[in-house]
Design a protein around this ligand. Sequence first.
Ligand code: TRP
Ligand code: ZN
Ligand code: CA
Length: 446
Amino acid sequence: MSLSVPRRPAVLAAAALAVGSLVAAAAPTALAAPSAVTAPSAVAAAPTPPDIPVANVKAHLQQFSTIAANNGGNRAHGRPGYKASVDYVKAQLDAAGFTTTLQTFTTSGATGYNLIADWPGGDPNSVLMAGAHLDGVTSGPGINDNGSGSAALLENALAVSRAGLQPTKHLRFGWWGAEELGLIGSKYYVNNLPAAERSKLSGYLNFDMIASLNAGYFVYDDDPAIEQTFKNYFSGIGVPTEIETEGDGRSDHASFKNVGIPVGGLFTGASRTKSAAQAQKWGGTAGQAFDRCYHSACDTLASVNDTALDRNSDAIAYALWNLGAGTPVPPGKSFENTADVNIPDSPAAAVNSPITVSGVAGNAPATTKVDVNIVHTYRGDLVVDLVAPDGTVYNLHNRSGGSADNLVQSYTVNASSEVADGIWKLQVKDTAAQDIGYINSWKITF
Ligand code: TRP
Ligand code: ZN
Ligand code: CA
């Protein structure tokens, strides 16, 4: 058995999580509500988020529109309208006290630019990042896609400056180049971020198309804490939301999610058609695309839904102010058993792999994390339980997953009624004949 060192530095613990599976990334590790690990008394109330003036957001859109008009009708990668857009956003941020960085890359034979803006202050080891792609397609000015996300994010950054916000987390904003060519800019940023820097990113919020004329209110189904934050905003203003399903991975959040960073975001719909039920709850026109000017010449100021732009701009502020105030990621104490344990074929008794936990004060948290790595030729055969030191059984997996191989999965267990110290077991029983395997490793994190 190998015990990971309980007191390893937080950065290393977070780095280990960052390179974990996507499943692990989806767990509310980074932005979870304070658990038993953090003293609730240390949690300061989040400051009240401002109402973002939609007129200011529209003024930025007006600028993007003018920039496109003066540069051949678009703001696409490699075209002068893109660089002019970058210059406009950068000048605003510089004047407001941000530390801006222009990152260049080359793709499709042209120089691309990412604009990064850091708001001075906050915990350098816990960074909340928000981003939007600033490029458009060549066929039009790209005002909804994605002037809307770019402008709302810019106005939010300016609001941070106006408020003199001093959040617990360090805030960083990003405007990406060449998203329309395949998330090129954001991939470049993530790939060039040293592992130690990546692991400091507690979350990434993405805003791509947030003012579609026939708007829906879609929230990305990714990090639970980020998702819940956006849902809280919308329920507070009485606007129902749905989960975003029009192509997961089709925007820059995918670049972050792919390396294990918790992500979330907002979206008002692209070429998909609004249903009757959606028109009922949100207004607009059933049977028509959310954005019938998607990637077209008519993606102009006239194709922007001001109400959606206003609500989503305010939702961004709500998320930045609340998630930015979050307590730093508690390091968590992990214990692992990497010894293989054979799982005999059914019929046979359950087998188990023990881990001795010591040095964890009090009870286990409500967000006790269990990482399971079982090698098996048919995971649908398996019943997998976590057994607490007092014998309480928490079922993790009950024969789901059909004929797929292996069970490599993270689980969050509410083990808050269990004393943490003692011997925990991963218990596995094979319930059907013919396929076999072994417990490769498992890990419990408090
Ligand atoms: N990113 C796409 C674009 O710029 C638009 C898009 C389609 C999208 N589906 C999405 C954005 C889902 C966010 C979420 O053309
Ligand atoms: Zn887009
Ligand atoms: Ca079997």
